[in-house]
Design a protein around this ligand. Structure first.
Ligand SMILES: [Zn+2]
Length: 407
């Protein structure tokens, strides 16, 4: 699956899932099974020979990204323009959303012949959130752009008086369909591109965490069948808002898939006091893949000495003493063995003591299931901007790491 095509197509978690499903159906050679829940999927491959020593090799990545979601009744009219009012999803850098070519996309549910149907849509038209001219905001360069997310982020959509968003959605539905609900967000419509003197970087929206999704999918498709262990690739929604949803990493989805795999292979019987899931989980390993902060050439003081990953110089191992990352000495040691086997260079990230550390789905999955987990990721810049950047070399190494881990 071409990386840039994947980035360009995956403009919402639903589109990401659609893309991944198609990819696995085409390349999975019947070995893989797809479990779907909302904007999440889990892809599993059973071993050639399941037996009581079988364990799980799990990869975790999230399908969502910070965005501006269209509210249920978004239409506003000001200054002779129809605008769409958004609600913030996750933590975008607001300033990065100004003066970009935007589209809207998502899932629409409708009623047709008494049944609930769904479809993915992507707008044909472009929208824009214009900045205020410098003449009307004289100190913007000195004070920085201050954004009120309630009033400043309405997207300019139409000059046609009385244009209604839900009526526009009707055009994407079959004749006779009655719109029931939608989950639609704005996205950066500029295609992903290669950048740098030698094309060594990728500039794109949504790299956090589509880059990891792509690496997991590509690595999983390349990996051959495992003799004894189950291969599990999780692409989970709602990480950017805490994961506590039916399809998120803090929900029941992953646990129920793992349990069902064991039951189907006769390795576990729920309710049998002689059997415990804990044995399977505590001897398994999960790699949680999410993007990492590279050292910024213009802001080197924002990085911890000796722990600032450089773009293009290797996959990043994330360590945090406050346990915002799941890595511990045991899982990190296994990660280093896999890197050696795969011939993949790695760098280590630690956050500065005077700055709060971000987190991933790693700690919650590891804590809930008792699976040793290591947090790793590609170094990147501009995380949560509408347009981010990463290095091609690190991405290719991440794919290698995934394949080596699974086989
Ligand atoms: Zn992320």
């Amino acid at each position: 699956m071409n990386f840039l095509d994947f980035l360009n197509e995956s403009v919402t978690p639903y589109h990401t899932v659609g893309c991944l499903k198609r990819f696995f159906e085409e390349s999975g050679n019947g070995r893989m099974r797809i479990w779907e829940r909302g904007g999440s999927i889990i892809v599993t491959a059973a071993p050639q020979k399941a037996h009581p020593g079988s364990r799980f090799r799990i990869l975790l990545a999230h399908t969502d990204f910070p965005a501006l979601k269209i509210t249920p009744n978004p239409d506003l009219r000001t200054a002779g323009i129809q605008t769409l009012h958004p609600e913030i999803y996750g933590s975008p850098i607001y300033a990065s959303w100004f003066d970009r070519d935007l589209g809207y996309a998502g899932i629409v549910l409708y009623e047709l012949d008494g049944k609930i149907e769904k479809t993915l849509i992507r707008s044909k038209e472009l929208l824009r959130i214009p900045q205020l001219a410098i003449h009307l905001n004289r100190n913007v360069n000195q004070d920085g752009l201050k954004v009120n997310p309630q009033t400043d982020l309405n997207a300019l959509w139409s000059s046609r008086e009385g244009a209604k968003f839900v009526e526009a959605l009707q055009a994407y539905l079959p004749k006779g369909a009655r719109l029931l609900d939608f989950d639609i967000q704005l996205f950066d419509a500029q295609p992903a591109q290669r950048g740098g003197l030698e094309g060594e970087w990728i500039f794109s929206g949504r790299l956090d965490n589509l880059s990891s999704c792509h690496a997991v999918a590509t690595g999983m498709a390349k990996a051959s069948a495992e003799r004894y262990d189950f291969q599990v690739a999780c692409f989970l929604n709602n990480e950017e808002v805490g994961s506590l949803t039916r399809e998120g990493a803090a929900g029941s989805f992953l646990r129920s898939v793992l349990e069902q795999l064991l039951v189907e292979h006769g390795l576990f019987q729920p309710g049998d006091p002689k059997m415990s899931l804990d044995r399977f989980f505590s001897e398994s390993l999960a790699i949680s893949l999410d993007m990492a902060h590279a050292e910024h050439p213009n802001f080197p003081a924002k990085s911890e000495p000796n722990h600032a990953p450089i773009l293009g110089k290797g996959v990043t191992l994330k360590i945090n003493s406050q346990k915002r990352y799941a890595s511990d000495v045991f899982s990190s040691a296994q990660f280093k063995m896999i890197c050696k086997k795969a011939g993949v260079p790695f760098q280590t990230f630690v956050m500065r003591n005077d700055m709060p550390c971000g987190s991933t789905v790693g700690p919650m999955v590891s804590a809930a299931l008792g699976i040793p987990t290591v947090d790793v990721g590609e170094p990147m810049l501009s995380m949560h901007s509408i347009r981010e950047m990463t290095a091609v070399q690190d991405h290719e190494n991440l794919v290698k790491l995934v394949s080596a881990f699974l086989t």
